[in-house]
Design a binder for this molecule. Structure first.
Ligand code: DSN
Length: 429
């Protein structure tokens, strides 16, 4: 019997319900995944007890000899995984990683240029409701209305007009490859720094299934829990460290600081205090798993599955932003299906399919309603589903969209999904 049942029955029931939800429904949220049991064990380990402000070998607390080893292991594995010269594994989240990068490269009121949130960007790339749009002067670029892809002539034009100090590429609902090389050309033309936020495709990049930003971007941030399949958290990397050119010097010696030093200081004490050492240990485990050859098979299958879903949806007259996908993300504009993203999310949820409503480019509806949904394949691929299952899943999605008010049909689909999920257990083996 699980000891939690006696220790805290309320939490036991909550946990059992969540395990049941994860096992019996189809997780199609593009930013979610199922970690390994090893990653979860480390995330729930004694490392949670340790305060370790500072960095390995330079902490503000005693007793850090073993957490130092864990953090060094995480940093070394991450360097190997991406071919990075510098890594910081302490950010508690992608947002905090981005905040630390901004603190490093920018002063308040400096101009940043990022992909519009409604066009696939991210809150922290300059949204007015986020620190990035409040502390900095945020400009944005959009995708082309016809192609659904970033239009680099437009990015260049806006960059020339707004003269950003930092250009940001990447986002949370962009189905296509991020074209780092093209962004670099623009950044060089307008003398801007270039930051890549690879939170979404980082696992695909690690596996060589998506171009790498390392040679093109000054700084790279990511989360660790999406395609990378680690614990929830953030990371910062640089392909190559370099001297800061904006005059930050070491106070005593007057020595010009390296950007790596600025990034470390920006994370702690700039943004955070004590690192989450249990999560850093779990990150080390996840990076170790991503270095294994079978992670490449996993990343390839994520993309094969996403492309299969995209093709099936198109045969059923679904309007996909950019016409398809190169990655794990599919963004569907439901306007021609006469259903909002909000209603579709609710109906799909009732049928056991978890997605999120999502703005689509040039959306006329609010973020609480939206015209679209975003779906993704990292989690269902982790549980071993392949192309045959993708075809069935699209049939279910379509049936739900066509019958979103028919609770009988939704509950019939839910039970069919339950049966499929039993064949592909996540943890119950
Ligand atoms: N919540 C993340 C996502 O769903 O893509 C972005 O922060």
């Amino acid at each position: 019997m699980n000891p939690l049942l006696n220790q805290d029955p309320k939490l036991y029931n909550i946990l059992e319900s969540e395990i049941d939800r994860e096992e019996t429904t189809l997780e199609l949220i593009a930013s979610e995944n199922f970690t390994s049991e090893l990653v979860m064990k480390l995330a729930g380990s004694v490392m949670t007890n340790k305060y370790a402000e500072g960095y390995p070998g330079k902490r503000y607390y005693g007793g850090c000899e073993f957490v130092d080893q864990a953090e060094n292991l995480a940093r070394d594995r991450l360097k190997k995984l991406f071919g990075a010269q510098y890594t910081n594994v302490q950010p508690h989240s992608g947002s905090q990683a981005n905040m630390a990068a901004f603190l490093t490269f920018l002063n308040p009121a400096d101009t940043i240029l990022g992909l519009d949130l409604a066009h696939g960007g991210h809150l922290t790339h300059g949204s007015p409701v986020n620190f990035s749009g409040q502390i900095y002067n945020a400009a944005s670029y959009q995708v082309n209305k016809d192609t659904g892809r970033v239009d680099f002539n437009e990015v260049l034009k806006i960059a020339k007009e707004t003269k950003p100090k930092l250009i940001i590429c990447g986002g949370s609902a962009y189905p296509r490859h991020i074209e780092f090389e093209k962004y670099r050309e623009i950044a060089d033309t307008v003398n801007a720094f270039l930051m890549a936020d690879i939170a979404h495709p980082s696992g695909l990049i690690a596996a060589g299934c998506h171009p790498s930003p390392m040679a093109f971007c000054d700084v790279i941030t990511s989360t660790t829990h999406k395609t990378l399949r680690g614990p929830r958290g953030g990371i910062i990397m640089m392909g190559k460290d370099f001297e800061n050119t904006w005059g930050k010097v070491a106070p005593k010696s007057g020595r010009v600081k390296m950007v790596s030093e600025l990034l470390d200081t920006a994370v702690m004490p700039g943004v955070q205090g004590g690192p989450l050492m249990h999560i850093i240990a779990a990150k080390a485990a996840a990076f170790g798993e991503a270095l294994e050859p079978d992670f490449i098979d996993y990343a390839e299958s994520i993309i094969i599955n996403a492309k299969s879903i995209a093709e099936e949806l198109k045969t059923l007259d679904y309007n996909l932003i950019s016409g398809g996908t190169d990655t794990h993300v599919i963004l569907i504009d439901l306007t021609n299906k006469n259903i909002t993203g909000k209603t579709a999310e609710l109906a799909l949820g009732k049928a056991g399919i978890t997605v999120n409503k999502n703005m689509v480019p040039f959306d006329t509806k609010s973020p609480f309603v939206t015209s679209g949904i975003r779906i993704g394949t990292p989690a269902i691929t982790t549980r071993g589903m392949g192309v045959p299952e993708m075809k069935i899943i699209v049939k279910w999605i379509d049936e739900v969209i066509d019958n979103f008010e028919d609770d009988k049909i939704l509950s019939r689909i839910k039970s069919e999904i339950n049966n499929l999920c039993i064949e592909f257990p996540v943890y119950r083996h």
